[in-house]
Design a protein around this ligand. Structure first.
Ligand SMILES: Nc1nc2c(ncn2[C@@H]2O[C@H](COP(=O)(O)OP(=O)(O)OP(=O)(O)O)[C@@H](O)[C@H]2O)c(=O)[nH]1
Length: 353
């Protein structure tokens, strides 16, 4: 925390943003397990209706991290529910007998950060909190694969037809907004990249950031979210006073929707063969071009639940918290671009082999 912030008496708030599956929760887990010497409250927002990330954070047994310090806002994107959910939550934190010394907000992977930053200008919040910094996670391999880049020929053709159109790719729009808001960019998952690709990606990210922002925005590289807490917390940006330097594709719009993306929950039976199950998920994710699958699944004979995570077709799984009696079947959140064939995806996920 900078001396300025201490003197202002405002609680610093770090906003962690980044596209679906970029590694935000992983980064947060790493920060929370480091000795950071402050009472941190975490607000986790998810696009899907299940609070997976909050549950993952709670289950990692971080010493001194109390249940009430992890607040889940699981019904929709924070950027759309600012007045209904976010402001009362922040007010409740401020009004605690032992208010947090730092708040970290993990936004949903589809959130546009700007509406959230604007909320820190609201009376009641403005005098008590300040946005210490916006940290934007970039999924290195996905970036290198060009998932957040417009097809230049398609854009040129589109612009010729309608000059007011920027791009037709909602992934690009969300990604660019998240980069444009950043005070610090973290290029993650470098363990999955060659060293040449890391160097090229770092340069390309820096160029992208410079397109949106004249501010100096450092780009750090990491894997498994290993960034020192002292680098992330205490940036001292006061981003709420600096909104015009953080352009958004939705500036000027009164409202925005997330109807470019769909999400639903699928239940699956208890599993016996984890390798076959995960291979099946990979196959379904590829067949339907899904962006994200994540959830918890019971496995026969295992005392712990299986946490399953897919970003595109890249899956990981681990046994994390003890399996509870009510976990009789698995729940998977599925997220993809608008127009998903829900029935077919559900059927495919439920029928394996
Ligand atoms: N190989 C590798 N995998 C990573 C790294 N960071 C995160 N992951 C994996 O990527 C998947 C998504 O990570 P999360 O931390 O849940 O990503 P997120 O941004 O919180 O995801 P959403 O909240 O759904 O947007 C998980 O399976 C992680 O284990 C990394 O540095 N290297």
């Amino acid at each position: 925390m900078t001396n300025d912030k201490r003197a202002s008496g405002k609680i610093p708030v770090t906003v962690v943003t980044g596209f679906l599956g970029a590694g935000k929760t992983t980064l947060l887990r790493h920060v929370l397990t480091q000795p950071h010497g402050r009472r941190i409250a975490v607000i986790v927002n998810e696009f899907g209706s299940l609070g997976i990330d909050g549950s993952l954070l709670r289950s990692c047994g971080i010493e001194g991290c109390r249940d009430e310090d992890i607040v889940e806002l699981a019904n929709g994107c924070l950027c759309c529910t600012v007045a209904d959910d976010f402001l009362p939550t922040m007010q409740a934190l401020i009004d605690r007998d032992d208010p947090p010394e730092h708040v970290v907000i993990e936004t949903s992977g589809l959130a546009l950060p700007k509406p959230l930053l604007k909320a820190f200008g609201w009376p009641g919040i403005r005098t008590r909190m300040t946005v210490d910094g916006v940290v934007t996670l970039v999924d290195g391999p996905a970036f290198v694969e060009g998932r957040f880049a417009d097809d230049p020929e398609a854009v040129a053709a589109q612009r010729a037809a309608d000059p007011s159109l920027d791009h037709d790719n909602p992934l690009v729009e969300v990604f660019e907004d998240q980069l444009a808001s950043a005070d610090l960019v973290v290029l993650g998952k470098t363990d999955l990249m060659t060293s040449d690709a890391v160097v090229a990606a770092e340069k390309a990210v820096q160029e992208q950031v410079a397109r949106f922002s004249s501010r100096h925005v450092p780009v750090l590289k990491t894997s498994e979210g290993r960034i020192d807490a002292s680098v992330l917390l205490g940036i001292g940006a006061a981003a709420e006073d600096d909104l015009s330097a953080r352009p958004s594709s939705h500036d000027g719009a009164d409202d925005h929707e997330h109807d470019d993306f769909d999400s639903f929950v699928v239940t699956v039976p208890e599993q016996t063969d984890i390798v076959a199950f995960v291979a099946h998920l990979e196959q379904v994710a590829g067949r339907f071009d899904l962006l994200r699958i994540k959830g918890f699944v019971p496995v026969a004979g295992k005392a712990r639940r299986l946490a399953v995570q897919g970003v595109g077709t890249r899956f990981r799984h681990e046994f994390d918290a003890p399996r509870t009696a009510d976990l009789t079947e698995g729940h998977l959140v599925v997220i993809g671009r608008h127009g998903l064939d829900r029935e077919a995806i559900e059927a495919a996920l439920k029928t394996q082999g």
